[in-house]
Design a protein around this ligand. Sequence first.
Ligand code: GDP
Ligand code: ADP
Length: 188
Amino acid sequence: MSGNIIILSGYSASGKNTIINAMDKKHFDLVYLPSVTTRKVRKGESQGNPYTFVTEEEFLQKVKEEEFIEYEEVHGNFYGTPKDTYRQELKAGKTIIKDIDVNGAIHFKEVFGDAVTLVFVQPSDEDALKERLLKRGDDEKDILLRLKRVEYEKSLKSQFDYVVVNDVIAEAVRDVENVVKEVKERNE
Ligand SMILES: Nc1nc2c(ncn2[C@@H]2O[C@H](COP(=O)(O)OP(=O)(O)O)[C@@H](O)[C@H]2O)c(=O)[nH]1
Ligand SMILES: Nc1ncnc2c1ncn2[C@@H]1O[C@H](COP(=O)(O)OP(=O)(O)O)[C@@H](O)[C@H]1O
């Protein structure tokens, strides 16, 4: 397999999806592959964007049929990466960009080795996380669940290849684009 996988990981509301959405994917020839989840659809989301939304029963059936590279339960919902699309795109030499939770990110590195680059995204001040969760419209229960995981996520940060600080979106986007450039040049 000759492609690359660039994974953005880190705290909820650190801005992973905002960065991925704002990146010039066409220019960098990046592929985004939706994962499968049992979480509820948020405002502004739809089937396939940014997830394939399924019931828990459907998800567990896919687990049974070994359809996932990896899957995790995060904040009380299941998330899984479909095997078939990843293998196809990697074989075609593509660079895939995707946000994955910290456990899944480390699991990916174990499966795909040097083809995987791990990027940890964080604000310089953790107090910004609560404000961003509120701004996104998450309810109190969801916010608490997400903030509770911050210390655990931080404990795994040293296993990441890059740390990108997202205070100013345009700067964080540029930093992740620079990671993409470096990864592509390294593999040319
Ligand atoms: N392990 C794993 N994590 C995923 C996958 N897709 C998304 N995630 C992560 O699951 C977590 C929850 O995502 P999301 O529902 O968008 O909520 P948010 O973190 O509050 O924005 C985030 O850390 C995502 O990066 C996947 O396929 N596998
Ligand atoms: N640098 C930033 N400054 C202020 N708000 C931000 C910034 N980056 C993202 N946000 C906002 O924070 C919220 C969470 O961002 P999101 O991309 O959904 O995070 P994640 O995907 O990491 O959970 C969104 O409302 C988004 O618009």
